[in-house]
Design a protein around this ligand. Structure first.
Ligand code: CDP
Length: 250
């Protein structure tokens, strides 16, 4: 069980953040030697390492698609990533679900038809977790794909949004582990900034339609611009001016 803690103190978030404020984000691309693309992403206390392998020969062979590359995404938590009160790390039902939804996000932006009969693997390993790891892992995966030079329509990004107050009214951005575990609702959300398309939207809790729209608006207007800035900075650090648009196909 997650220990009982105050989430709101004197009307403010107990962790000191403003309602629209994200945790500190630090991104480094190209950290792995053996992967074609990689990223180490620190988001608050979350720490995720992502590696991209491919396009490479499909294995098992029966999965080959003559028209496009197949995308394989794998999210897993390291045994030391902070599993207290949560059962086991490693592959389980939750990690399979997150791998699947992450795969959908990547499939929506990667130009898979450019690499028929191949596979592209995106491996995401959570080294340390503190709420919002699926968002952090997908972000790291997107950056590892960009680092691998895989063409994409966009660099998807987003954050969690939800309620932590007793009245289930106030929408706050980027819930940490305690806010996520003890709060009323949480919606991990990933958008395609170019089109506004929603690529990940998983709801936990009860919210009104107005709150859902407010949450989406907060992700779009506050979280996405901040993420875009951090992602562009990380790619520019490695690739200079070439990374101005993150390798996004215009
Ligand atoms: O991480 P995310 O918010 O995407 O997923 P969650 O299932 O809502 O989990 C919230 C948090 O609980 C995680 O970020 C971890 O800090 C913690 N957790 C854990 O420590 N071990 C698990 N097996 C599952 C969750």
């Amino acid at each position: 069980m997650t220990e009982k803690r105050e989430l709101i103190r004197n009307g403010k978030r107990a962790n000191g953040r403003e309602d629209d404020e994200l945790r500190p984000i630090k991104i480094t691309v190209g950290v792995l030697d053996k992967a074609q693309g990689s990223c180490l992403l620190e988001w608050g206390k979350n720490m995720v390492l992502a590696g991209v392998y491919g396009p490479r020969e499909v294995f098992p062979k029966r999965d080959v698609d003559a028209r496009k590359a197949i995308l394989v995404a794998r999210y897993v938590m390291a045994p030391f990533s902070g599993v207290e009160g949560h059962g086991r790390a490693g592959p389980n039902r939750r990690s399979r679900e997150i791998s699947k939804v992450a795969g959908h996000v990547f499939e929506n932006v990667v130009l898979t038809e450019k690499f028929p009969k191949t596979m592209i693997e995106v491996q995401m390993e959570v080294l340390q977790s503190d709420g919002g790891t699926r968002i952090a892992a997908i972000t790291a995966g997107v950056l590892a794909l960009a680092d691998a030079g895989i063409p994409m329509k966009d660099l998807p990004c987003g954050s969690g949004v939800g309620t932590i107050d007793e009245d289930n009214k106030r929408m706050v951005l980027d819930l940490d582990k305690y806010e996520d575990n003890l709060g009323k609702s949480d919606i991990p959300t990933i958008l395609s900034p170019r089109t506004g398309e929603i690529l990940l939207y998983q709801m936990d809790g009860y919210l009104t339609k107005e709150q859902l729209l407010e949450g989406l608006d907060k992700v779009q207007s506050k979280a996405v611009p901040r993420l875009r800035e951090e992602m562009a900075r990380a790619l520019k650090e490695k690739y200079g001016g070439m990374a101005e648009n993150g390798g996004v196909e215009q």
